[in-house]
Write a protein that binds this ligand. Sequence first.
Ligand code: IPE
Ligand code: IPE
Ligand code: MG
Length: 220
Amino acid sequence: MPARYVAIIMDGNGRWAQQRELDVNEGHREGARALRRTVENAVDLGILELTAYAFSTENWTRPTPEVEAIMELFGEMIETQTPDLLEEGVRMRFMGRRVGVSEELLAQMDWAERETAHNSRMTLFVAFNYGGRAEILDAAERYGGGGEEEFARHLYSPEMTDPDLLIRTSGERRLSNFLLWQCAYSELVFSDALWPDFDRADLEAALEEFEQRQRRFGAR
Ligand code: IPE
Ligand code: IPE
Ligand code: MG
């Protein structure tokens, strides 16, 4: 079975910049280009949902100039890329805590979601100010019993399908607080490519590795 629901931890922007003796924010800019490219490739490869980890609840602890540059780049990307994504049939959804995010960015995210709401070729979930534990805690506050399915209805994006495949780039092998609930049975693939270098061949390689896996979901 090919992977239709894919999540990516886009890691390695800092090291990519460091290797080139560039400012870390140049790495983030190149990382944004890599996301743009990956969305196009994902649509082309028949992926139905792509969930990308753009900014974690822990990333606020980075130096202020870096955080500010990421916020600015994020807004700029939404503004400039939404019209193209609309054309390409991509529906955009943002998942994460709204508290702490500027009013301007919140408005931009709402705008992009509204603009693309009727697209159905692929859904791009962007995890921004996202933490898996925060998501579970927030859901727990609203949960009134009823079991797993009912609990999942209180997650940030209840319509999101659990990922078949979770890819992490840059050679790191950890979840870093991403989709802790949803990845319970996802296949994990680790790519050594730094995120700004991640290309179509890397995505295809991850999808191929997924197809070699035998999923059991606990059954015999
Ligand atoms: C991922 O790249 C982008 C964010 C976490 C926002 P990093 O900035 O973490 O890159 P490395 O891990 O330092 O190389
Ligand atoms: C995970 O990467 C967060 C994103 C990719 C947005 P980090 O670089 O923040 O994770 P750690 O610090 O290596 O665990
Ligand atoms: Mg990192």
